[in-house]
Write a protein that binds this ligand. Sequence first.
Ligand code: DGL
Length: 276
Amino acid sequence: MAGGTASLPIGVFDSGLGGLTVLKALQTQLPNESLIYYGDTAHLPYGDKSPATVRGYVAKIVAWLVAQPVKLIVVACNTASAVGIDRIREVAGPVPVVEVVGPAVAAAIATAPRGHIGVIATKTTIGSQIYPRHLHQLSPEVQVVAKATPLLVPMIEEGVGLQTQIADQVIAYYLDDPAFEAVDVLVLGCTHYPLIRSRIEQYLAGKGRSPVRVIDAAEPTAATVAGVLAERQLATPSTQPGRVRFVVSDRGEPFVQSATLFFGQPIELEEVKFES
Ligand code: DGL
């Protein structure tokens, strides 16, 4: 039975397409694993919804992934990880779940164990206080400044953040803040933000201050998944490149275009909606 389970795909989900940053890291680190990606584009953004609403959305996605079936679920969304993880684990039952906050926090502490850590994320993630709590749990000596940056997700989903000066102005609007002047490490606490990582890095470099290390969850999360698969003997026995299935809850034209732009190659999006 274990061999059979190991051959199943990994389920990955996000509120939209930002989770593709995590999917890409999974593909790079675990090329023979098959993946099912679910982007809840009908309900995006999660980041300004109430925790109860987000928990309602994620319960349906997780139930659907479990029914495919999948062998492991990756919550490729900080907002869902921040406010929905208990509900996600409850619905997932015996299927292991890997979320994105823990790996990002561990990477930040490894980089600056006694440093000054800045976090940017959605309103709901910041409101949950999950980052300061987890950072202080791992290292009580760090100083943490956390800020909601809600304009970034719609800008990125529109594809605007990848190409234009508008992104630079929005980044400056949020980060040109005395509270961020002392940070050694900036955690991108939203799976959409790595898509504008180079612009954020350029902004920070242009400030003429000591270098800031930018951390995002994609690679540490993929490494955590690899660890869980090895520990539970769930790594695929396949020696061929895995297949990837892309599913969204609303297959609108902008999403089709952004998905291709984010993934760096044309992708076919299937639409699966759940009854409300
Ligand atoms: N990708 C989600 C996250 O990591 C944010 C997008 C949203 O607000 O839905 O928090």
